[in-house]
Design a protein around this ligand. Sequence first.
Ligand code: FE2
Length: 287
Amino acid sequence: MTPFVKAFFDEATNTVSYLVREPEGRACAIIDSVLDFDHASGRTDTASADTIVDFVNAEGLKVEWILESHVHADHLSAAPYLQEKLGGKIGIGKNITVVQDTFGKVFNEGTEFQRDGSQFDALFSEGDSFHIGQMRGDVLHTPGHTPACLTYVIGDAAFVGDTLFMPDFGTARCDFPGGSSEALYKSIQKILALPDETRIFVGHDYKAPGRDEYAWETTVGEQKALNVHIGQGKSIEEFVKMRDARDATLGMPRLILPSLQVNMRAGQMPPADEKGDVFLKLPVNKL
Ligand SMILES: [Fe+2]
């Protein structure tokens, strides 16, 4: 089955959100949405999410799922906003509980912050499946970048989140708490075991040396042949050495502190204070 896939690229965070729709019919899912956030002013904006809302409404689609590939550290999720506007269930990986536990501590969240994934409508494990209209989606647990990362395989399309990037850019970093370059290597082998013609849709693009256009669609066959970090049968030892050395040079993403606090709550802001004001924390010397 070949689902229709529409990409929405957010240049501010280099994130690609996807709308995947059954080939015949109106059911669709939205994967990895973005709530715009201006760090300097602390203001949110729904311009990016509204582009998706407008598309869904113009095409007369029915949103059944709002999926997250993982707890993103570089942008806020617009899942609750999209759910309010369009409906659908919010899904993420079952290991979200591990991420909630880690960052519940980092942000010193009280006992009112549940670490059982109950903020989400569905928690997926390896081998789970779900439906978008008549179309079936299958879940691969692909940890490494984070412990909760999933790949959603829908027909001939795999939404790989932050595991593989475009072949000329390579792979995702593995140095966030709970990350593991060894785990990422093994997860990527699972993705590369899909048929060569499987379309791969990546979660971010940053261009690459010698490429001036953003790109986000490739195939399993292309990744196997050309991925600069893992292609041509690179060994786990070679990969881990390269990945860990590279990660040691990377700074934290600009929006990591607001993103984690919001995304671990399924895109909800922390509870408002008695006056109705909402605050995000800025832990000092914690990350
Ligand atoms: Fe990520």
